[in-house]
Design a binder for this molecule. Structure first.
Ligand SMILES: CC(C)(COP(=O)(O)OP(=O)(O)OC[C@H]1O[C@@H](n2cnc3c(N)ncnc32)[C@H](O)[C@@H]1OP(=O)(O)O)[C@@H](O)C(=O)NCCC(=O)NCCS
Length: 173
């Protein structure tokens, strides 16, 4: 799914305290990423109910590194309690070359969007993705893309995302 024009339509119905993640959030963000991979239905095909594994430690370390001094990475989160996140969304800015349609310097990629099951349908998913979109637009992104789970589709569609062009992918295993 991709979005070319920012279509965030005003403020959310309820005010959600979203903040930008810091290095101390790395461990919780890895848990949120794990949650983001657990949507049980198509189109994703990997096993659900993901157990911990070496990749979870790698993920914590990757977040700790990315959340340092890095102006092409951001994560936005909602707190559940001190040291515990209720929701999060992660975004990367990918450099792009100027083209006839735009000279903007980045495309944005959204990843690892999830809300802890106890906090779903409170507007947290919408709030963290919206904050990430605002940040990407402020950084002069040409377009924002993501791979949606079926559970995420209504949220992204309501934010203006549409099915994008098919891409060819060569998967390195
Ligand atoms: C998808 C997900 C992030 C939504 O988080 P959330 O905090 O519950 O979302 P919100 O409360 O902000 O809801 C936003 C919109 O999403 C849609 N939505 C959310 N949950 C839904 C559900 N169970 N059924 C139908 N629509 C749903 C609705 O359009 C909703 O807007 P509304 O409340 O105004 O009707 C959450 O369900 C989740 O973590 N799922 C598992 C992981 C996943 O699939 N992540 C997406 C990866 S791309």
């Amino acid at each position: 799914m991709a979005i070319k024009n920012h279509s965030w339509m005003g403020e959310p119905a309820v005010s959600v305290p979203v903040r930008r993640a810091v290095i101390a959030d790395a461990e919780e963000l890895a848990r949120i990423r794990q949650l983001s991979l657990t949507c049980p239905t198509e189109p994703w095909t990997t096993p659900r109910g993901l157990p911990d594994g070496p990749w979870t430690k790698d993920c914590r370390e990757a977040f700790a590194a990315l959340l340092g001094d890095n102006d092409t990475f951001a994560a936005f989160v909602v707190d559940a309690a001190p040291g515990r996140l209720a929701a999060g969304a992660v975004g990367l800015l990918l450099p792009r070359l100027p083209g006839p349609d735009s000279s903007k310097p980045f495309n944005g990629e959204i990843n690892a969007v999830a809300t802890d099951p106890r906090f779903r349908r409170c507007g947290y998913g919408r709030a963290v993705v919206g904050a990430l979109m605002d940040w990407m637009v402020s950084r002069d992104c040409h377009r924002i893309s993501l791979t949606s789970s079926s559970e995420g589709e209504p949220l992204y569609a309501s934010l203006g995302f549409v099915e994008g062009d098919p891409r060819m992918i060569w998967q390195i295993r």
